[in-house]
Write a protein that binds this ligand. Sequence first.
Ligand code: COA
Length: 254
Amino acid sequence: MPDTVTIERRGGVATITIDRPDSLNALNTNTLHALEHVLDETDDARAIVLTGAGDDAFVAGADIGYMKELSTDEALEYADLGHRICDRLETHDAPVIAAINGYAFGGGCELALAADLRIASENAVIGQTEIDLGIVPGWGGTQRLPRLIGDQAARRMIFLGERLDAEVAAEVGLVGEVVPQDDLDSVVEEMATELAGKPRFALAAAKEALNQVHEGPQAAGLAYERRLWSGLFGTHDQREGMEAFVEKRDPEFE
Ligand code: COA
């Protein structure tokens, strides 16, 4: 099986690349397991960069072809896996930079939300697009997005499935910086290298303290979201939304 997640180390910087460009780096279970495995190898990293292979996508979301037939129990397992990875990114001692090099939809947006810093290229488009598949964000989006960009902007994104261009994403505070596509790698590398040179325990403490802002109620919210998300599997609109995508036609919702 080809590696769908690669890791490259330079000094203290570990760069993790989701590598399924033919599917716009959509995350199936193999890729998620590979990502989880790769994260296990990053304990000594001083800074982590997460990005997608190719010029078009960071991660175009969870794999819709895989998800479309999931039962509620299977969806819950899939949600758990996605949540474990996002939690791992959020609680990793090292700062994580999401280098958003193109589409970041659904689970791709949620991976980026779990990072500490988000830098987007000008061609990036970001959205929690699950509504048009008959489901809701299931890897933390309903909890992390409003905390980051505020209630109204998050409701618009999640209810309407809005797809924000990079500049708009920066205006609402979803990404911290937008750079020309050709400059993304160098800008991210420069920041990651600088972070890797900072005192690691102080950086880890700063991250832990900043994360406390979201502690407490978020854990309950995340657990609630997992149950709600998986409960939508098996509904007409979930099947129809995902089948329509795979069959390249417009969905007919109930
Ligand atoms: N899951 C599975 N496959 C996906 C995917 C996903 N989330 N996103 C894209 N792909 C696949 C397409 O099926 C297509 O495969 P094919 O070449 O075998 O037909 C390939 O990636 C390229 O996508 P395509 O739609 O042809 O490219 P595009 O440039 O016309 O559109 C997007 C790109 C990202 C706008 C479009 O693919 C899209 O809307 N994807 C779904 C995004 C989404 O809703 N994600 C949330 C999932 S929870």
